[in-house]
Ligand binder design. Sequence first.
Ligand code: NAG
Ligand code: NAG
Length: 315
Amino acid sequence: MKLLRRRCKAYYLGCILTLTIGIIIWTTRIIMGPTKVQFSNVSHKFQPFIQLRNTSFDYREETMKMNEEKVEMDDPRLIELIRNYWIEPPSKEPYNLKKDLEDYSAGQTPYADSRLNHKANGFFIEAGAYDGESSSTSLFFEKYRKWNGLLVEPDPRHYYTIQSKHRKAYRINACLSTKPYPIQVTFNIGHGLREQMGRIHETKEAEEWIQKENIGFTSIKVQCFPLYSLLLAMQVNQVDFFTLDVEGEELHVLKTIPFDKINIGMMTVEYIHSSEEEITRFLEEKGYRKMIKMRTPGCADIIFRKNDIPFIGYE
Ligand SMILES: *[C@@H]1O[C@H](CO)[C@@H](O)[C@H](O)[C@H]1NC(C)=O
Ligand SMILES: *[C@@H]1O[C@H](CO)[C@@H](O)[C@H](O)[C@H]1NC(C)=O
C-alpha cells in the first residue's frame, strides 16, 4: 500500500514537471516568435537542393503578406518561400551565348580570379546580372572554375534573356532589398543605351538620379529580398565573390548584411552612382580593405577583400 502511494506521488510529480516544462516552452515560443533559421559557425559549402513546389499555392500572395508583415530576414516562412518558389535552378541545356569568350567582365573577374588563386568550386552572387552575358563578372567562374552561384536580376526583360542563355547558375527575378526585410518596390527600368540602368525608385535621391542620367520614367513593381535571406534559402554562408551593381543602392544593400553571420571573401562594388567614401568607410568598419579602384569602359567598381581570410596567391 505504502509503495503504491509512493509510486502515485512520483507519477503526479512527473506530470506536474512535464506540464511546467511544456508551459515554459510554449510561452517562450509565443514571446520569441518562430524559430529562426540560422547558420552554425561552420562554413556551408553549397549543395544542390531539391525544391518542393505546390502548384496550387499562390506564393506571390504569400510573399505580399510577408512584405506587409515586414518579417525578419531569417524568418523560416520567408526562407522556405524563396527556396521553393522564387529561386530557379540552373539550366541543363548547352550554353546559348552570343560570344565565346574567356572573360566577359570589364576587368573585375581576372583580377579576382588571380587573387583567389584560381579557386575552383567557389560560390558567387551577381546582382544585377543584366542579360547574364554582357559584362558578366560570374560567367568565367561558372564556365572555367566550376563555381556555383546566384544571378539576381529584377528587370523581367533581362531576366528573360538570362533564361535563354542557359547559365549553369541559380537565378532569381528579384532585387536585393535595401531593408532588412522583404519589400515590394517601384523599379524604374532602363531603355536603349541605358537599358542596364534599372534602379529602385523609392527615394528622392533615386528620383534625382533618374532625371540626371536621363533614363526616363517607366515604373514596374519588383519584389526584393535581403541578401541574407537568399543565402539562407540556398544554405550557403560562404560567398567567394560578390558583385554588387545596383545603380546607386549599393550602400543601402550592404547595410542589411549581417557580416558576422556570413563570410564574403571578395566583392566588387559599383561606386559611381553613390558615395565612394561612404561605401569604403562602411566596408572598412566591417573588416574589409580596398584593393583596387577599377575604372574601365563599362566598369566603375571598387574591389574589396576581407582582412582575415586566409590568403594564398599574391596581393
Ligand atoms: C564555433 O564556435 C565554437 C564556440 O563558440 C568554437 O569553439 C569553434 O571553434 C567555432 N568553430 C569555427 C569553425 O569557427
Ligand atoms: C497546396 O496548396 C493549397 C493552397 O494553398 C493547399 O490547400 C494544399 O493543402 C497544398 N497541398 C500540399 C500537399 O501542401
